[in-house]
Design a protein around this ligand. Structure first.
Ligand code: BGC
Length: 474
């Protein structure tokens, strides 16, 4: 099974890339053809890509995840769901990664298995930037801040080479590109109090933008790939403000747009964006609106309502709809689609409110009405009490290509305490249940579960809780 890429592949790549480039320029000329948005299943003949790759597609089920899920009590109920395949290091691409993290298969084995399954689509996570995860430590990777050349030639080029094998020509390959990276360059840099030294360094050396535009351009040149760039979530970049010091929303869309033209990346290379990857933000808050007037003031203009804290949104649906428009205004194509990771945003435990609170105190009203049970929206690590969210599905809303499970349920976000490892993973206090926080979560307790393994490693306890608190229920 561990067949390595051969010279042949490289040749196949240059042939495919050349024809794709020609196709790409035709697509550019016709890109703004109206009506594509209303016809998600339509094939764009010029580009050879469909508008919504998920429409009508059987999505690859990763057997390595499925096996782990099925072995847990009650796990059979979801073991046939498609999840993301994370290429979280250079060795992982070739099947030499840490088996605890991805189960040990390389990209080629997953693609072969997808063909064997008769799948139409596979979801691959591109996640290996130099200086990865600059505002946190739990998912620091193997490449140092300056190792951009290694990222391009030893990681991206190798992935492109494998994906371009004609054996996979009939597979739609969705690439989820670099979680948590670009928004960090907006919100976690100086002079903000949320700044980290490493995010300042990554903004200064430009290697996130260089790496992501390179990845998108190279992957986008293949005729069967669909690139979705990670766009954080509403509880991270949902603040649009006239004061640039507090504006994350417009500034992030501008940051994404600034990549167009870098390394030959065009708007056509970007099929859409994904929100909430590996996070816990809800799809919707059914019992209250973020600008609802409670006690004489809109909730998002009331300094006492800490949960909202002036955010323009309280959910991922509204956020992605608005962000999509803002992305188009910043140069992306009119028919881009959004994905939302719903693997762990169900919040369906006994605590789930069945209607709005009757309190007239605005802060109490929100805390008693909200579905999302986190202590604060900046909390991202192994959130205690979380449940599975909506099952993966295509076209749930006009602007959403699919609800997806990119973070495989049961895989940790980070270790609860320091665990020595050779995966480059650090210990982030946000994963320690006793930690009392930092400016990035408003100095609140972390809300994390205890006894959790390294990020990407399996936790039976977390998996069981996600099943028990699933919403919709299983
Ligand atoms: C980890 C990866 C892992 C992924 C999926 C990330 O947080 O850093 O190693 O593959 O989660 O579980």
């Amino acid at each position: 099974m561990t067949v390595r890429r051969s010279k042949k592949r490289r040749i196949a790549l240059s042939a495919l890339a050349a024809s794709a480039l020609v196709a790409g320029s035709i697509a550019a000329a016709t890109a703004s053809s109206a009506g594509a948005e209303e016809n998600p299943g339509d094939v764009d003949a010029a580009q050879g890509k469909v508008d919504n790759p998920y429409e009508g597609a059987q999505v690859y089920v990763n057997p390595q995840w499925a096996e782990q899920a099925a072995a847990e009590p009650g796990g059979e109920a979801i073991a046939d769901q498609p999840t993301g395949v994370w290429m979280d290091s250079t060795p992982t691409v070739h099947g030499d990664g840490d088996p605890g993290s991805t189960g040990g298969w390389g990209l080629q084995e997953h693609l072969d298995e997808a063909v064997a399954q008769g799948a139409d689509l596979i979801q691959v996570v591109i996640y290996n930037l130099p200086g990865r995860d600059c505002a946190a430590l739990a998912s620091n990777g193997q490449l140092g801040p300056d190792e951009i050349d290694a990222y391009k030639t030893e990681y991206i080029d190798e992935i492109v080479s494998i994906m371009s094998d004609p054996a996979y020509a009939d597979l739609r390959i969705v690439n989820v590109i670099e979680i948590d990276s670009l928004p960090n360059l907006v919100t976690n840099v100086s002079p903000r109090e949320t700044a980290t030294e490493k995010c300042d360094e990554m903004l200064a050396n430009g290697n996130y933008q260089d790496g992501i535009s390179y990845a998108a351009a190279e992957l986008g040149a293949l005729p069967n790939t669909y690139n979705y760039i990670d766009a954080g979530h509403h509880g991270w970049i949902g603040w649009g403000d006239e004061n640039p010091e507090y504006d994350n929303f417009h500034a992030s869309a501008e940051m994404f747009g600034s990549l167009i033209g870098m390394n030959g990346m065009t708007a056509d290379d970007i099929h859409g964006f994904i929100s909430n990857t590996a996070n816990y933000s809800v799809l919707e808050e059914p019992h209250w609106a973020v600008d609802e007037n409670v006690g004489g003031t809109p909730l998002n203009q009331n300094p006492d309502v800490k949960w909202v804290d002036w955010n323009d949104f309280n959910n991922e649906k509204d956020f992605t709809q608005a962000l999509r428009e803002e992305l188009i205004a910043n140069g992306f194509n009119e028919n881009i689609g959004m994905l939302i990771d719903t693997s762990r945003n169900g919040w369906g435990g006994d605590y789930r409110p069945s209607g709005p609170s009757s309190s007239t105190d605005p802060a109490t009203f929100v805390d008693e009405s909200r579905i999302d049970q986190r202590i604060q929206k900046g909390n991202w690590c192994n959130q205690a009490g979380a449940g599975l969210g909506e099952r993966p599905q295509a076209s749930p809303e006009a602007w959403i290509d699919a609800y997806v499970w990119i973070k495989p349920p049961g895989e940790s976000d980070g270790a609860s305490e320091e665990i020595p490892n050779d995966e480059g993973k650090g210990f982030d206090e946000m994963c320690d249940p006793d930690y009392q926080g930092n400016p990035r979560n408003g100095n609140n307790p972390s809300g994390a579960r205890d006894n959790m393994p390294l990020s990407g490693h399996w936790s039976s306890e977390q998996f069981a809780e996600l099943l028990a608190n699933a919403y919709p229920p299983l």
